[in-house]
Design a protein around this ligand. Structure first.
Ligand code: SF4
Ligand SMILES: [Zn+2]
Length: 134
């Protein structure tokens, strides 16, 4: 489970974010969470987020000049929530697993360019490791 406090910690020290197209947008677009109470006496609150970005957030990211830095930050730090560089945490998790793919985990395009150990999406430009080839 991720807490609001954790999220605030992850969003510190990201200077490129000042240049981001999202700087004047509602953060809830980029950190869409659903809070569900367990119904137990402890009243546990579970936070989840949808597997894909909110369409409006994705559109904002698509016009962002620092999208590559933003996505790289999230991938390199394993940020487990939020939309960065137009990709949700679920999509980033997919992309972090080395694998040859039929579709881009970011935009579902089938226009994939094979570069040996990597594949690159010809549509959105995201790339991933294909792992060991036999
Ligand atoms: S890519 Fe998206 S989340 Fe990242 S800085 Fe740009 S608009 Fe914001
Ligand atoms: Zn793509």
């Amino acid at each position: 489970m991720t807490t609001t406090r954790d999220r605030n910690a992850w969003t510190l020290h990201t200077d490129w974010r000042d240049e981001g197209n999202c700087r004047d947008e509602d953060p809830e677009l980029f950190f869409p969470i659903t809070r569900v109470t367990s119904g137990d006496e402890d009243d546990l609150i579970v936070e989840t987020e949808p597997p894909y970005p909110v369409p409006r957030a994705k559109a904002i990211c698509e016009r962002c000049t620092v999208a590559a830095d933003c996505l790289a930050y999230a991938l390199q730090n394993g940020v487990p929530f939020g939309t960065f560089g137009g990709m949700s945490a679920y999509q980033r998790e997919l992309i972090s697993k080395p694998m040859k793919r039929k579709r881009c985990p970011g935009c579902a395009s089938t226009e994939l360019i094979n570069e040996g150990k990597h594949e690159i999406c010809g549509s959105c430009g995201v790339s991933w490791d294909v792992g060991l080839l036999d």
